[in-house]
Design a protein. Structure first.
Length: 233
């Protein structure tokens, strides 16, 4: 591999999925999308929204920073388009507050629809008041510097999930899931089918039918050797 590929860099232009596909995945939500793509792409559960109603979906702009240094978040802002989500990681573990309300205001001015950061944030009250959705590892008032180079729009690992620039990010109260760009349209179709199937199951459960029966689980219990015993009164 060329030595130059390891140098810090900013990739200005990325391929993006169809806007309608991103919207469809966002409407389906994290749980449905995760199941629809074979239970893959889910970030670790410590990634929590800063306010309960936070919900978004968009295209990943990936940012790799040094711990405690948010220089590359600022660099990323000139690469974003309306409907993008910043996905920020650090080269080693960090909980420093790398993002606050000022960067949030910049994001909103440029059409960024959310932030997913495997590090810390601050100014959460202001970000909440702005209705800017954020999923983060930690909340910390610890300040940062702007001194060390990193990269924008390169493959990263964020909270245990591989994210490539242009992938679809879906985030809500259930967490954050990553959908690879090239699979996004197919996953959206699978998600629609799953929702339709769940509607049928919900109707049967509301009518009083047992999951043991319509899921065919009695045979599984028997296979596992589970015995039913009626105790004497």
């Amino acid at each position: 591999m060329s030595q130059g590929l390891w140098k810090p860099r900013v990739v200005r232009n990325i391929r993006r999925p169809d806007v309608a596909v991103v919207q469809a995945l966002g409407e389906q939500g994290v749980a449905t999308v995760h199941e629809a793509q074979g239970r893959t792409g889910l970030m670790l559960p410590y990634m929590r929204p800063i306010y309960p109603a936070a919900r978004t979906a968009g295209v990943a702009i990936t940012v790799s920073c040094q711990p405690g240094d948010n220089l590359m978040i600022h660099a990323a802002m000139e690469t974003v388009s309306k409907g993008d989500i910043l996905v920020v990681t650090t080269t080693s573990e960090s909980t420093d507050g790398m993002f606050g309300d000022l960067l949030g205001a910049s994001c909103q001015a440029h059409g960024v629809v959310g932030l997913v950061i495997d590090a810390g944030i601050r100014d959460t009250a202001d970000l909440t008041a702005m209705n800017f959705p954020v999923w983060a590892k930690a909340i910390s008032a610890q300040g940062t510097v702007k001194a060390t180079a990193g990269s924008v729009n390169v493959p990263v690992v964020c909270a245990g999930a591989i994210v490539n620039p242009g992938d679809v990010i879906v985030a809500d109260h259930d967490g954050v899931v990553v959908v690879p760009r090239d699979r996004a349209a197919d996953v959206a179709k699978l998600g629609e089918k799953r929702i339709a199937k769940e509607e049928q199951s919900r109707a049967r459960l509301k009518a009083g039918e047992l999951g043991l029966d319509f899921y065919g689980l009695r045979a599984k219990l028997k296979e596992l050797g589970v015995e039913y015993i009626d105790e004497e009164a």
